[in-house]
Design a protein around this ligand. Structure first.
Ligand code: NAP
Length: 481
């Protein structure tokens, strides 16, 4: 496939990268590996496009973005199939990503119409006079670089382009190399809806090459990136040189706390929903199961019984419960992480084996202790349930916080006051009470404490990150009659 620079399809003049179906191992397409010269063209073209797009009224921008949402809705089935093929996620999961984009556009367009500046009181200090008028207005930042991970490329593209475009920025989108195709199609839908072609660029190529060049490009006003913590730190180091605004949504190793009075059947349903979604490749999935010792046996037995009847296979088959991982390599890495945890003293009591090219039979590990890597900083991107037991609330909280990440968390108890009080002590961007960690809405401020990131995504918050507030002073305009 081509990539899109200034609305032109770029196919030649650079190398190509294969896009592989992880289920079959077949090459389904190729994308250009852009050169530095083409990247420069993309950024300078975006700067021209930004001026054009910012000159539209808010009403016109909203109308065009809503048209885009309508096109996405109409093409949901065809685009979902493409995403399923290049990523291996279940077809319904792929389609839901496009639904989220539609919801995000709606939410951000509504909010953008209400980006009120403020009128400030005057005469409040020695330097301001009571006859002056002071007010503020918001302006777009310029060109925003949007770097996307492989696990939810379309949905997360929505989380970035919707706020950036709604307030008049241009975007340069860097799709994940493993699955760039549906994102390129999404950019095409933006153009079709009427967003100026120069205001939306897609730059394909390896993150270590083209991503690196993009984030340190002086023409970029802000970076919004979702991906691993190591990549995020590398990007932050690079963007510091230009003082580029940098928003990072990074890794997690979120806790799922089960108190002794929890409804265990509820915890099973929620654990499965949180952890098996997207074949376990979810940043905010619950990844550490911190269970009161009195209910640990019941939870483990019921969890294994439920996993045994889940169907793993062809993601295009709607009867499947768990789809493929992104690649054989990624699946094998998870198997290595399971072995590593067993070497550290845990017991593998269910699953953890390879199936087909890139599938994994879910794994359950018991006897996990707080000093093991899996209980601290080893994020596992696959369906693995490490079970760690505790006796006291204080012990549970210490286990939860004994981790460099802090994206999401879940607490299960029939005592809501206790659950909220535990949530208050948890160092994480959100706490779900009696629900699994994999929870996010279009408006909710989503993001991490500690090494899970900088900034918050969600229409309740993000527009403020993509504008700058300018103060205007009208000197001595009052009191003239
Ligand atoms: P990744 O390897 O960090 O890649 C993320 C993006 O950054 C990709 O587009 C990648 O390009 C690019 N990239 C890689 N190296 C780069 C560099 N040196 N400079 C600039 N860009 C670079 O992450 P991933 O494996 O795709 O995604 C999984 C990770 O993302 C997990 O840790 C997960 O927890 C996290 N995640 C977080 C959230 C959240 O909201 N907090 C959501 C989803 C995922 P290439 O694809 O070409 O390498």
């Amino acid at each position: 496939m081509y990539t899109l620079i200034g609305g032109e399809r770029i196919e030649k003049g650079c190398g190509t990268i294969d896009v592989i179906n992880p289920v079959t191992g077949e090459v389904i397409d190729t994308v250009p590996a852009l050169t530095k010269e083409l990247l420069d063209v993309a950024v300078t073209t975006a700067a021209e496009g930004q001026k054009e797009w910012a000159a539209y009224t808010q009403m016109e921008r909203n109308r065009i973005l809503r048209k885009f949402a309508q096109i996405v809705q109409e093409r949901r089935e065809e685009l979902g199939k493409l995403l399923c093929q290049e990523n291996g996620k279940r077809i319904s999961e792929a389609e839901e990503e496009f639904d989220t984009v539609v919801a995000l556009i709606d939410s951000y367009c509504d909010k953008a119409s209400h980006m009120y500046g403020v009128s400030l009181p005057n005469g409040t200090d020695a330097t301001s006079c009571h006859t002056d008028v002071i007010f503020t207005r918001y302006e777009p930042l310029g060109v925003v670089a949007c770097l996307l991970p492989f696990n939810f490329p379309v949905e997360l593209c929505g989380h970035k382009i919707a706020p950036a475009l709604a307030v008049g920025n241009a975007v340069v989108i860097k799709p994940p190399t493993d699955c760039p195709l549906a994102v390129i199609k999404l950019a095409e839908c933006l153009h079709e809806a009427g967003v100026p072609k120069k205001a939306v660029q897609v730059v394909t190529g390896r993150g270590s090459v083209i991503g690196d060049l993009l984030v340190e490009h002086p023409g970029i006003a802000a970076i919004t990136m979702t991906g691993g913590t190591e990549t995020g730190i590398r990007i932050a180091n690079k963007t510091a040189g230009n003082l580029t605004r940098t928003y990072l949504e990074l890794g997690g190793n979120d806790a799922f706390v089960i108190m002794d009075d929890a409804d265990i059947d509820l915890t099973i349903g929620q654990a499965l929903e949180s952890r098996t979604n997207n074949a376990g490749q979810v940043c905010c999935a619950s990844k550490r199961y911190i269970v009161h010792e009195d209910v640990a046996e019941e939870f483990t037995e019921k969890l294994i019984a439920a996993l045994k009847i889940m169907k793993i296979g062809d993601p295009m088959d709607r009867s499947m419960d768990i789809g493929s991982m992104i690649s054989e390599k990624a699946r094998n890495e998870v198997i290595e992480q399971i072995k590593h945890t067993v070497d550290q003293g845990a017991r593998l009591v269910y699953g953890g084996e390879a199936q087909g090219k890139s599938f994994l039979i879910p794994a359950v590990l018991t006897g996990v202790t707080g000093d093991m890597d899996i209980a601290k900083d080893m994020e596992i991107f696959g369906v693995v349930f490490p079970i760690i037991t505790f006796k006291t609330v204080q012990e549970a909280i210490a286990l939860v916080n004994n981790c460099p990440f802090g994206l999401n968390s879940a607490v299960f108890s029939r005592n809501i006051a206790l659950a909220i009080s535990i949530g208050e002590k948890i160092q994480a961007g959100s706490t779900i009470i009696n629900g699994g960690g994999n929870y996010r809405t279009a408006a909710m401020p989503f993001g991490g404490y500690k090494k899970s990131g900088i900034g918050r995504e969600g229409s309740a918050h993000t527009l403020e990150e993509f504008v700058q507030e300018k103060s205007y002073v009208l000197k001595a305009v009052l009191g003239n009659v």
